[in-house]
Design a binder for this molecule. Structure first.
Ligand code: COA
Ligand code: AMP
Length: 631
């Protein structure tokens, strides 16, 4: 069956489609049906099943006689360490950590925050939670204490599992002081912490609260897998929304298992045993789905890579990893390839390696620009497949399903809607627009299994953010169009979310930090185009009356504040002091116009603008940073 047949089969009978996909999962009690729509427009899947995520990702492969197969390859150029963990070893380590958590009172439904660098123990921690029905919430290491504290308060974890440090190419980042500060800042206090001591920066332990990872594992008895209900949350993953308060995306256990497993063959075209490498971080959804869960559920070997595409030690690192570990599929963000291309434009380092094992490169997380795709195609000589998805969905909405049928690649498009997804382009009034017309990208409800059923303890926000604007649809927050062949084109976000090096960030959250500076009366943050990272934030500050300190002092202070309060990952390094911000007559800041000015693009003078002269002032200020150059 080709793509069209599979898509049509799904559309005609979604229930049968997903029940069939569910057969690949080991159920403690199988589901009686797939979709539960009693609470529409809130939908759930496989609710009456009993299942365990860790069993499906780990134990069942051991039971099937594949215990010696390598589950995780750890490759860390920043520490010069490499190791391998078989499925059997992974089961044993996971069961012991789960036993340790259980012995300290963690039980089904309790939350556990995980703040770890890219080491295999991050996966062990996630799986240990899944094993006993605890709900993990992984926080990316590049977030600072304040962001961690916000997540601790929202998730209210019983325990926190952390590494003592992370390692960036130019520095060791001690995580433990950040964790201690976050716990001090948060109103909610965890019962205990488990710390993985790393030799690069061992942590001071707080007596009675902090336990050493290896010590508690050594003292624990292995815990068996605890089956949970199909709609039990496997995890909460916080992602940026319009405000400083992140959204806690909930991932339901059963749908997640069924859908992720389906994608491994259908989209990525890998078979059990193949080596699959998602070069991302466990702190992001790509890391959850495609470093941890999907490859393991499907019986693949996954790679935990602690390094960067460049500088660890050079732009040939990816090729070394591919050759050395026999990688069949590489999945990363376009930024990673832009960084490699910048350092080694001719791809000269490829000559040092044999990467003939690589069959496909998948890209996602941000718009894949044609230059980068073409460069990767020509240098690697394999198909380069863009696919589009979001933290909320957990896997691809649109892709080129190589395991079903390799469709022609159209550069600039992540291809077509996958089975499960009825993607439509809508105008402001919610009517479908013709092919080729730009509009809001929406998905007809219900969303398929594994997608977010709600936001953690924020059902109203879930409804408001995703369901209310277009009744009967999920609003993706992206704008774009579909061509006559059904290929999607993702053009821009419709909200204040920006994408920096494949990392999703909220300009609203940055504005909240800037606004808290005592000398700042008003501010705006916009995402301007950047050749390497896709977008970069730039802040605009209007100072309070009477402030006569040098602008440079204040801009340095706000840059430091964003770094301290959100984290280095925000990449907030540029701020400008301006007299006024451009606004509509009703007072709305014209952020989109500011972006166009910064990018040197033509723009229509907004009809409702209060004072057009301000735009010249903004252009002049941006010019001092090298932006606003006419193309
Ligand atoms: N812990 C602590 N700090 C971290 C961190 C972590 N886990 N991850 C990133 N940071 C810091 C970096 O050190 C950097 O700090 P700096 O301002 O002192 O230099 C800052 O956060 C920005 O990091 P990053 O976005 O990684 O930028 P970079 O300039 O170090 O590297 C790339 C640029 C393109 C190489 C890098 O962004 C990259 O590999 N991107 C791939 C995209 C990706 O994996 N996306 C995930 C979603 S698929
Ligand atoms: P995240 O939730 O961090 O995965 O970010 C999701 C957002 O990243 C999407 O809503 C898009 O704006 C953007 N995005 C992800 N993949 C793509 C892609 N292939 N093409 C264009 N934009 C993408």
């Amino acid at each position: 069956m080709g793509y069209k047949d599979v898509y049509t089969a799904w559309k005609e009978d979604p229930e049968a489609f997903w029940m069939q996909a569910a057969e690949a999962i080991d159920w403690a009690e199988p589901p009686s049906k797939a979709l539960f729509d009693e609470n529409a427009p809130l939908y759930e899947w496989f609710v009456d099943a009993k299942v365990n995520g860790c069993w499906n990702a780990v134990d069942r492969h051991v039971e099937a006689g594949n215990g010696d197969r390598i589950a995780i390859i750890y490759d860390s150029p920043v520490t010069e360490c490499k190791s391998q963990i078989s499925y059997k070893q992974l089961r044993d380590q996971t069961a012991l950590l789960a036993g340790a958590l259980q012995s300290k009172g963690v039980t089904v439904g309790d939350r556990v925050v995980i703040y770890m660098p890219m080491v295999p123990e991050a996966l062990v921690a996630m799986l240990a939670c899944a094993r006993i029905g605890a709900i993990h919430s992984v926080v990316f290491g590049g977030f600072a204490s304040n962001e961690l504290a916000v997540r601790i308060d929202d998730a209210a974890p019983k325990a926190i599992i952390a590494g003592s440090c992370g390692i960036e190419p130019n520095r060791v980042v001690p995580y433990k002081p950040l964790l201690d500060e976050a716990i001090a800042l948060a109103s909610h206090k965890p019962d205990f912490c488990v710390i993985l001591q790393r030799p690069q920066a061992p942590a001071d332990m707080t007596e009675g609260r902090d336990y050493d990872w290896h010590q508690i594992q050594a003292e624990a008895s292995p815990a068996p897998c605890v089956p949970v209900a199909g709609n039990h949350p496997a995890y909460i993953l916080y992602t940026s929304g319009t405000t400083g308060q992140p959204k806690g995306v909930v991932r339901p256990t059963a749908g997640h298992l069924v859908a992720l497993n389906w994608t491994m063959k259908s989209i990525y075209d890998v078979d059990p045993g193949d080596v699959y490498w998602a070069a991302s971080d466990v702190g992001w959804v790509v890391g959850h789905s495609y470093i941890c869960y999907a490859p393991l559920i499907h019986g693949n070997t996954t790679i935990v890579f602690e390094g960067k595409p460049v500088g660890t030690p050079d732009a040939g690192t990816f090729w070394r990893v591919i050759q050395e570990h026999n990688v069949r599929v590489l999945f990363t963000a376009p930024t990673a390839f832009r960084a490699i291309k910048r350092d080694d434009p001719k791809g000269a380092l490829l000559a040092d390696y044999d990467i003939s094992c690589l069959k496909t490169l998948f890209l996602a997380g941000e718009r894949a620009d044609p230059d980068t795709i073409e460069w990767a195609q020509s240098k690697l000589g394999v198909p380069v497949i863009d696919h589009w998805w979001q933290t909320e969905t957990g896997y691809a909405i649109a892709a080129n399903p190589l395991g079903i049928e390799a469709l022609p690649v159209k550069i600039g498009s992540p291809s077509v809607a996958m089975p499960g997804w009825d993607v439509q382009i809508l105008d402001e009034a919610g009517h479908q627009v013709p092919a080729g017309t730009l509009g809001a990208i929406a998905v007809k409800l219900p969303l398929p299994p594994g997608t977010l059923p709600t936001l953690w303890h924020a059902e109203d926000r879930f409804r408001k953010s995703y369901l209310e604007h277009f009744p009967g649809y999920y609003e993706t927050g992206d704008a774009g169009y579909v061509d006559e062949d059904g290929y999607l084109y993702i053009m821009a976000r419709t909200d204040d979310v920006i994408n920096v090096a494949g990392h999703r960030l909220s300009t609203g959250a940055m504005e909240e930090v800037l606004a808290s500076h005592p000398d700042v009366a008003e501010c705006a943050v916009v995402g301007v185009t950047d050749k390497l990272k896709g977008q970069l934030p730039v802040g605009f500050l209007c100072l309070s009356k009477g402030v006569d300190r040098p602008a440079g002092e204040i801009t340095s202070e706000v840059v430091q504040m964003v770094r301290d309060q959100i984290g280095p990952v925000a990449a907030f390094k540029q701020a400008l002091v301006v007299d006024r911000l451009p606004k509509t007559r009703s007072g709305k800041i014209l952020r989109a116009t500011m972006v166009k000015i910064a990018d040197g693009e033509e723009f229509k003078m907004p009809a409702t603008i209060d004072d057009p002269a301000i735009l010249d002032e903004i252009a002049e200020a941006l010019g001092t940073l090298g932006y606003a150059q006419t193309k």
